[in-house]
Design a protein around this ligand. Structure first.
Ligand code: LLP
Length: 402
């Protein structure tokens, strides 16, 4: 990639995503489940750029949304409502109402209270809400605690017993129609046996429900597939993933719903910035760059490892911290990393930044958000322009006193 030319044209920092890579991953995931009916519902939270969503619509992707904003993004990108599902532990009444009005495929419920609220909203609209229930199977996903969601101590989903009770209630309600079951036990899973265990627990529930004449159509296995961020990481094999789940579903006629986020986009993306300064404090070497934790927060928030290169710098490498300019010691992209000597203006690339990068960015320190580019079929194009100062302050400026 000619980063220098891109820097000339777009300045730094910017994100760039390889759409062809995302397409390839999408199709191979779909292929792994070809023994069954399946639907991928891409988890927008990983990267919700409209052009990316539009590309996925063309591949016939569905979308897993966790806010009305995400639903509206998916619709804006051309998704059909029947390809959209709505998840999340804290949906508001207004969001539930809009989701019903849009007539999306189903709503993943995460508590009894939410079900009762949804029923009352559906009743007012005089329609039947298609629901799925997120089961918390109480298995340990063995990932970073902030992104582990499948234990009773986590806020997500309901225990199997409660789920059973909720299905029975929904079956007898004139305004609820149970169509699916859902689980998602955590993110960045490189070891998949906890997912298989969860699938077994949830499949057992599906069989029990069948005996009670509650026939579900969708078996929604969530997301969570991990990617290799470090050289020592091994990515799960898609075929084994599919088999590990499908083996629990013999004799059941279910469509497999998947909600991958990271797996599809993480490795497609790079965050490209420029070196501002190098300095040493006593013996400690720092490279200070023009991107910061407001642009890309994964290293600060999860101490996540991301490969970093200085593509045009050669020479001996020495230990350094790569940091942004924000007024916090937590503002770093890497600690104790070996990199060659650099100087102001040199280009730095942070790899594997396509998931939970831009989507988690903010204006902290009143910094404008970076721009985003796409590489597709050999062409590079802008898919979100760099935010301007005027845009950043637009919602406050009008309240200034004369
Ligand atoms: N479905 C549900 C219900 C989820 O909560 C999530 C992610 C996904 C699907 C997609 O998971 P994935 O396939 O991407 O693992 N910001 C964190 C990750 C948070 C994940 C939250 N839920 C990070 O940067 O690692």
């Amino acid at each position: 990639m000619d980063y220098k030319q891109l820097k000339n044209e777009f300045q730094t920092p910017f994100y760039i995503y390889n759409f062809d890579f995302i397409k390839k991953r999408f199709l191979s995931l779909k292929e792994a489940f070809k023994a069954r009916k399946s639907q991928i519902f891409y988890a927008l939270k990983a990267n919700s750029n409209l052009s990316l969503l539009q590309m996925l619509v063309k591949l016939d992707s569905g979308f897993d949304c966790v806010s009305i904003g995400e639903i509206r993004r998916a619709l804006k990108a051309g998704a059909k409502p029947y390809k959209i599902i709505f998840s999340g532990v804290g949906k508001t009444k207004e969001e539930l109402k809009l989701a019903l009005e849009y007539d999306i495929l189903y709503i993943n419920l995460e508590s009894e209270a939410e079900m009762i609220l949804l029923e009352s909203v559906a009743k007012k609209l005089n329609l039947k809400a298609r629901i799925s229930i997120r089961v918390n199977p109480n298995v340990d996903a063995k990932t970073h605690p902030y992104i582990s969601t499948g234990l009773n101590e986590n806020k997500f989903g309901v225990e199997t017993q409660i789920a059973r009770k909720m299905y029975l209630y929904a079956k007898n309600s004139a305004f609820l129609e149970p169509v699916g079951v859902h689980f998602h036990i955590g993110s960045q899973l490189l070891e998949l046996s906890p997912i298989y265990e969860a699938a077994g627990i949830v499949a057992k529930l599906v069989r029990e429900l069948k005996a009670l004449q509650i026939e579900l159509k969708f078996f929604d296995i969530g997301g969570g597939l991990g990617v290799a961020y470090e050289k020592t990481d091994t990515e799960p094999k898609l075929y084994e993933y599919a088999q590990g789940i499908l083996k629990h579903l013999n004799g059941l006629d279910l469509t497999i719903g998947m909600e991958p986020g990271r797996y599809l986009v993480a490795k497609s993306g790079e965050f490209v910035c420029s070196v501002l300064y190098e300095k040493t404090n006593k013996d400690k070497r720092f490279i200070i760059v023009d991107g910061a934790m407001n642009d890309f927060i994964r290293p600060s928030l999860y101490e996540a490892y991301h490969e970093i290169i200085l593509p045009y710098n050669k020479g001996e490498e020495s230990e350094c911290d790569v940091v942004g300019g924000i007024c916090e010691s937590g503002d770093f992209f890497a600690r104790k990393r070996f990199l060659p000597k650099s100087k102001g203006g040199d280009i730095m690339v942070i790899k594997n930044a396509g998931a939970y990068g831009f989507s988690m960015s903010s204006n902290y320190n009143s910094r404008n958000r970076a721009c985003e580019l796409a590489l597709e079929e050999g062409q590079i194009r802008l898919i979100r322009q760099r935010e301007s100062f005027e845009e950043q302050i637009a919602l406050e400026e009008k309240f200034l006193k004369a």
